[in-house]
Design a protein around this ligand. Structure first.
Ligand SMILES: [Zn+2]
Length: 426
């Protein structure tokens, strides 16, 4: 006997009328018209049922701090970094924990059950590291939080940071981060990539660096990152976040770069909401979009994910943990309006980041964790179009969030009494 069966669901690959049976926190069977008793049943007729959303790139130590100690007036990345520098000495651990837990509540309600968060390791007290390790432990029953040791002020540029980064890893931070474009010279940037990849290789850890987050077409640290991934035998274990300089690079150079990245099986994370906001700030008109070359990287076989990056912090005043909003922006900025492109944008907030995070048990096959989201939408494209309500969010087969379908009551002559923005179920 199953614990729970979701009946007649639509799956992201387009299969319709599929039953999903859950037993002991795992998916036990996925097939049409499954026989057998269940402790309880959910009618998911015509509803998209998907594994949870995954955010591959976030900053949980700064989230929900918007306005502390002041707002970012210029809106630039550099003022954001300076503002974060002003805020850091004032941070207290309990406040970071409280804000992060509040954000995780939003995430769960949005069906976002796995987040890779960078955590700044430049503070000698490692306050944010300790806070987010505590948060990771507290949310573990309902959300996978993966932490990246992020040297915000530069591992070479900021004295003592290498030692602090190693200490953060000793404390249990999962992934090695970096910020080569923020080091003082191109040579230092490349040296930081080498150093950090070697630290990760020694410890058997994954790498995810903020890399080339600028409009400078000559910011080419991604080349070093791909080279080091290959040299150290870390193919498939190294990710470049942002890579916005690729937007502005010379096309001939990119024709050589993308195959190098593919050989290294480099992961790629674009952060569409933040890239479109922070890049192109030195331009008058035309203004560059700044997002990396998402469709071209996908076409070359690289795994590309979209991250939220920021929610209400020194860099970005908006957001609510909604990865469909992220996919929606990525789709627009990348001009991915074809059917395949839109479907790829849904993958960029689900299966692709799950792969980059090396999440275990993610998916819709029997044996996978029964972590599922039931959406008020009939397809991934409709989910993006309407930023569909997350009707049910399940973790290990247990409903941990529910939401009523969105519907407006109308009072119009000769028109229907309500409207919900979804297309009629076929
Ligand atoms: Zn970031």
């Amino acid at each position: 006997m199953f614990d729970l069966v979701l009946r007649r669901a639509t799956l992201p690959d387009g299969r319709k009328g599929v039953d999903i049976a859950i037993k002991d926190g795992r998916i036990a069977a996925v097939a049409p018209e499954l026989p057998g008793e269940a402790g309880s049943e959910v009618d998911a007729t015509g509803r998209l049922v998907t594994p949870p959303f995954v955010d591959a790139h976030f900053h949980m130590d700064s989230t929900l701090s918007y306005g502390l100690p002041r707002v970012n007036q210029s809106g630039t990345l550099l003022e954001g970094i300076a503002l974060w520098g002003e805020l850091k000495p004032q941070l207290v651990q309990e406040a970071i924990v409280e804000r992060a837990l509040a954000y995780c509540d939003w995430a769960v309600a949005r069906g976002l059950l796995a987040i890779r968060s960078h955590v700044d390791v430049c503070d000698p007290r490692l306050l944010a590291v300790e806070a987010l390790l505590e948060v990771r432990k507290r949310v573990a029953p309902y959300l996978d939080l993966q932490l990246v040791a992020f040297p915000q002020d530069g591992v070479l540029r900021s004295p003592g940071t290498e030692e602090r980064l190693r200490r953060a890893l000793d404390l249990g931070v999962d992934v090695v981060g970096g910020i080569p474009h923020f080091e003082r010279t191109m040579a230092d940037g490349a040296a930081s990539v080498r150093l950090l990849c070697e630290i990760a290789a020694e410890r058997g850890l994954l790498v995810d660096m903020h890399c080339d987050e600028s409009d400078d077409p000559l910011s080419r640290h991604v080349e070093t990152l791909a080279y080091e991934a290959q040299r150290l035998g870390m193919q498939g274990r190294v990710t470049g976040s942002h890579l916005t300089s690729m937007h502005s690079m010379d096309n001939y150079y990119v024709s050589k770069l993308i195959p190098l990245m593919a050989e290294a099986n480099l992961g790629v994370i674009a952060n569409p909401l933040i890239n479109i906001t922070l890049q192109g700030r030195h331009d008058s008109y035309p203004k560059r979009r700044g997002m990396t070359r998402v469709p071209e990287l996908m076409a070359a076989g690289l795994t590309v994910a979209f991250g939220h990056d920021c929610v209400m912090d020194p860099w970005y005043p908006l957001g609510s943990g909604d990865m469909l909003e992220v996919a929606h922006m990525g789709l627009h900025v990348g001009q991915m309006t074809g059917q395949a492109g839109m479907a790829a944008c849904f993958d960029a907030v689900t299966v692709n980041p799950a792969k980059l995070l090396h999440l275990e048990g993610y998916g819709l096959e029997p044996g996978c964790n029964a972590d599922l989201v039931v959406l008020q939408a009939g397809s991934p494209v409709e989910a993006i179009r309407t930023r569909a309500a997350r009707l049910l969010v399940l973790r290990r087969g247990r409903v941990i969030s529910r939401c009523a379908p969105v519907q407006a009551e109308l009072d119009l002559p000769g028109r229907p009494a309500s409207v919900s923005f979804t297309t009629p179920v076929a």
